[in-house]
Design a protein around this ligand. Structure first.
Ligand SMILES: [Fe+2]
Length: 231
C-alpha cells in the first residue's frame, strides 16, 4: 500500500505504511508536521523530504518496538522532542490547532491516543486497531473495555487512524461473530477494492463494524478478546 493522503480543512494527514503492517501518521499544516508513532525512521525522512515538511514533534502512543523503533534516529536527525505515552493526559496547541492526549490503557498498561477535535481526527495506536482492538499485552480487559468506551464518547464523525493494517483479518473475525452483518461484509468488500477507504473509517462506521465496540459488558468484551486471540 502507498501513502494515503487525507485533506481536512487546510490540514493534511499522511498515512505512511512502515515495517510489515504498521502505519505512522504525519499531520501537516503550512509546511510543518507532527508525527504520530515512529516504528521506522527512513520512511519518515523520505516523506519529510518529498513533502518539504519541517517536523515539530513526535507523539508516541505506546512503547512497543513497532511504534517507537525509529524514534531515536528521528529525534537525533531532526532535533525534535518526542512525547512519551507516559505523560499525563493533556490538551496542548500544535500546528495552530489543539491536540488532546487521552489515556487508554489496556493493550499496554500505559497507552495514549491523540485526538485533534477541531479536525475531527483520532490516532488510536493499538487501542482501537481499525475493525478491532489490540491484544492484552500488559493491561487488563477492564482497562481496554473502559478505554474503548471512552473512545465511543467522541463525535461519530471522527475519523479513526489506528496503528496497523489488519482490516481484512479483523472483518473476517467480525463476520465469524455476526455472519449476517451486511455492513461488516461491505467493509471487507471495500477493502479488496480500496483498502484505505475501508481502513480509515469514521467512528460511526467503527461502531457498526467493530465487534469490540458492540459489546456492553467487560465480561462479553473479555470473551470476545479471547476468541480473537485464537482466531
Ligand atoms: Fe502494540
Amino acid at each position: 500500500m502507498n501513502w494515503t493522503r487525507f485533506r481536512i480543512l487546510d490540514f493534511e494527514v499522511l498515512a505512511v505504511p512502515v515495517l510489515h503492517d504498521n502505519f505512522i501518521y504525519l499531520v501537516c499544516h503550512n509546511g510543518e508536521a507532527v508525527l504520530i508513532d515512529a516504528g521506522e525512521a527512513k520512511p519518515v525522512f523520505t516523506t519529510l523530504e518529498k513533502e518539504n515538511l519541517q517536523l515539530l514533534d513526535i507523539l508516541i502512543t505506546h512503547s512497543h518496538h513497532d511504534h517507537v523503533g525509529g524514534c531515536r534516529a528521528i529525534v537525533d536527525r531532526q532535533g525534535v522532542q518526542s512525547t512519551s505515552p507516559g505523560v499525563a493526559s493533556a490538551e496542548f496547541p500544535v500546528l495552530g490547532t489543539v491536540c488532546r492526549s487521552i489515556s487508554t490503557p489496556g493493550h499496554m498498561a500505559v497507552h495514549k491516543i491523540y485526538c485533534f477535535p477541531e479536525l475531527g481526527i483520532l490516532f488510536t495506536g493499538d487501542t482501537l486497531i481499525n475493525g478491532a482492538c489490540g491484544r492484552l499485552l500488559g493491561g487488563t480487559a477492564e482497562q481496554l473495555f473502559d478505554s474503548l468506551q471512552r473512545i465511543k464518547t467522541l463525535p461519530d464523525e471522527t475519523r479513526v487512524f489506528g496503528g496497523h493494517d489488519y482490516l481484512a483479518d479483523n472483518m473476517e473475525f467480525a463476520l465469524s461473530i455476526a455472519p449476517d452483518n451486511a455492513e461488516m461484509q461491505a467493509r471487507l468488500d471495500l477493502y479488496r477494492k480500496d483498502p484505505a477507504a475501508a481502513i480509515f473509517a469514521t467512528l460511526a462506521e467503527e461502531k457498526k463494524t467493530n465487534p469490540f465496540l458492540r459489546v456492553d459488558t467487560v465480561r462479553e468484551f473479555a470473551e470476545l478478546r479471547r476468541r480473537k486471540d485464537r482466531f
